[in-house]
Design a protein around this ligand. Structure first.
Ligand code: ZN
Ligand code: ZN
Length: 285
């Protein structure tokens, strides 16, 4: 086998779609140009499918549409969120594909079989915990830097256009902002050993998590409120800016002094605001 620890997705796409139906027979499967083009198509397709598919499911079945009556919900917001997200996914895919290309050519520490890991199955679970800890820490500091006065207006302000986000705001970033916040995901695989299947599953997981912290469902199981950075924490980030920069956990917000207990859990959240306005409107009639 050539020195290409080929990504499983690319292998499958080559066997079933690209080789028989897409590329002319004169384009060899191992050609760099063909690999880059294939990775670019797969990255865009995968990201858009997860974003629009799961985003739409979340918008229909999880997101409470009453939030759209909130005074800070802007005109045509959903359309604006989708436009910014899809544009961002498109531009982000270029540097992302460069990293995937390096990964499939064996420059990362991704491995194929559990037997290749000296720690076996326990190494696999350790790598998942390590991934969550590492990326949560990096995203916290990257996100916090994005709020620096000189950077904010150029890059991160676009994401904060949406004060009461819907699941479609999950990927609505300036492409540079989105790429920088996705960078820890890739960097981890270049520093620490990680199983390829886990790496792919984590790609889906991080996208779902990003959707979930924008889904307007502010409920969190009691014991997890202090630990997990959920939609209730993240909506306060959208509303009050300098709090709750975290991604999965509240750890770094606590260490960094930026933790804010979610207003939605104190009866002062967006739902409460809408309820109050509706009650006032009913009284005025
Ligand atoms: Zn922010
Ligand atoms: Zn957000």
């Amino acid at each position: 086998m050539q020195d290409r620890a080929m990504d499983h997705v690319l292998d499958i796409a080559d066997s079933y779609i690209f080789t028989p139906y897409v590329y002319p027979a004169s384009w060899p499967e191992h050609g760099a140009l063909r690999q880059i083009l294939s990775l670019w198509l797969l990255t865009n397709l995968g990201a858009v499918l997860i974003y629009l598919g799961l985003g739409a499911l979340s918008f229909c079945y999880v997101f409470d549409h009453k939030l759209m009556k909130h005074p800070q919900f802007i005109k045509n917001q959903v359309r604006k969120e989708i436009k910014l997200s899809t544009t961002s996914i498109f531009w982000m895919s270029f540097p992302t594909v460069a990293l995937f290309f390096l990964e499939i050519h064996g420059h990362s520490k991704l491995y194929d079989n559990i037997s290749e890991s000296s720690l076996g199955w326990s190494g696999l679970f350790l790598s998942i915990a390590g991934f969550l800890f590492f990326t949560d820490m990096c995203i916290y500091w990257i996100h916090r830097s994005m709020h620096h006065r000189d950077i904010y207006k150029h890059l991160h302000k676009q994401h904060h256009t949406f004060k009461i986000p819907t699941p479609f705001a999950s990927h609505a970033f300036h492409p540079v902002d989105g790429f920088l916040q996705s960078l820890p995901y890739h960097v981890y695989a270049f520093i620490f050993p990680l199983h390829k299947g886990v790496y792919l599953s984590l790609f889906v997981f991080v996208n779902i998590w990003t959707i979930s912290i924008h889904d307007g469902d502010y409920r969190i199981p009691g014991p997890l409120i202090c630990l997990i950075n959920g939609a209730a924490h993240h909506v306060d980030h959208h509303l009050f800016f300098n709090y709750n920069y975290g991604q999965y956990f509240t750890l770094w917000d606590r260490l960094g002094g930026s933790y804010r207990h979610p207003s939605a859990l104190l009866g002062k959240g967006p739902h409460d605001h809408v309820r109050k306005l509706m009650a006032e409107a009913a009284l005025a009639q």
